[in-house]
Design a protein around this ligand. Structure first.
Ligand SMILES: [Zn+2]
Length: 257
């Protein structure tokens, strides 16, 4: 294979292994990233006759660009919001098909909110998306590293940062900012601190304060991710497309920026 995603994966395999090997374990990483070696874990049985293209089940064309990946997410969300979900790529056949290798077509950072399950709102299934979730989409080393892994190692040409309507994490942060302190215990205070810049940024703006803060936070997260030494250069090189988005609980629709 000579596509850019493959070269990118190969280029970064060594670095990613060094960076993640101590925590994930070399064998786990190999299994995770075995997209170029279908059948490698099969214990000597015959490998598949063909290598499945990125994000392409049998009935869908291969995904080569971020724009194509974005279109596939739009179509899936349209189905979901219209209550016509196909439950794409679920079931035994798909599970078996992706059991030895994976070719996800998008990486998505979302909130932990129980009402925003990423695969469901995009009507996608096994092997389609690299999903990373944290409250409010807060970045830390683990979250950022996981996103870098999805893009650089698994080769997804699209990264979506997905905020959502009535985000409890940002609502709690608004209350903490107004009270000029956080009463949150444990590490929740860390989340509030990380989300505070978005709340302060929209102070005095017209419109729904919480929605404004969610949108601002998506933009701040995207800006932070562009500083990543892995993601930034890949975006500049046109290898990955970064997009912000907002999920409406009321309608089921994802609005892309
Ligand atoms: Zn949320």
């Amino acid at each position: 294979m000579t596509d850019p995603a493959t070269s990118r994966r190969r280029f970064l395999t060594t670095a990613a292994t060094a960076a993640l090997g101590t925590t994930l374990g070399a064998s786990a990483l190999t299994a995770c990233a075995a997209s170029d070696q279908p059948g490698a874990e099969s214990g000597g049985t015959q490998p598949p006759a063909t290598v499945e293209p990125v994000g392409a089940p049998e009935t869908e064309p291969a995904i080569r660009t971020g724009e194509q990946a974005l279109q596939r997410l739009r179509e899936g969300n349209d189905r979901f919001a219209a209550n016509h979900a196909l439950h794409t790529d679920e079931g035994t056949e798909r599970r078996v098909a992706v059991s030895k290798s994976q070719h996800p077509f998008a990486t998505v950072l979302g909130c932990v909110d129980s009402r925003v399950p990423i695969e469901l709102v995009f009507d996608r299934g096994l092997g389609d998306l690299v999903v990373v979730r944290s409250a409010g989409g807060v970045l830390d080393h683990s979250v950022t590293g996981s996103l870098e892994f999805g893009i650089a190692e698994l080769g997804t040409p699209l990264l979506v940062v997905l905020g959502h309507q009535r985000c409890g994490a940002l609502d709690a942060t608004i209350k903490a900012v107004d009270a000029k302190h956080s009463e949150a215990e444990g590490e929740i205070g860390y989340l509030v601190e990380a989300l505070s810049p978005a709340v302060r940024q929209v102070a005095g703006h017209a419109g729904d304060r919480l929605a404004n803060a969610v949108h601002a936070n998506v933009d701040l997260v995207l800006a932070q991710l562009r500083k990543s030494t892995v993601i930034g250069p890949l975006e500049k090189a046109g290898k990955v497309k970064l997009v912000g988005a907002y999920y409406e609980l009321d309608t089921g629709k994802v609005l892309f920026s």
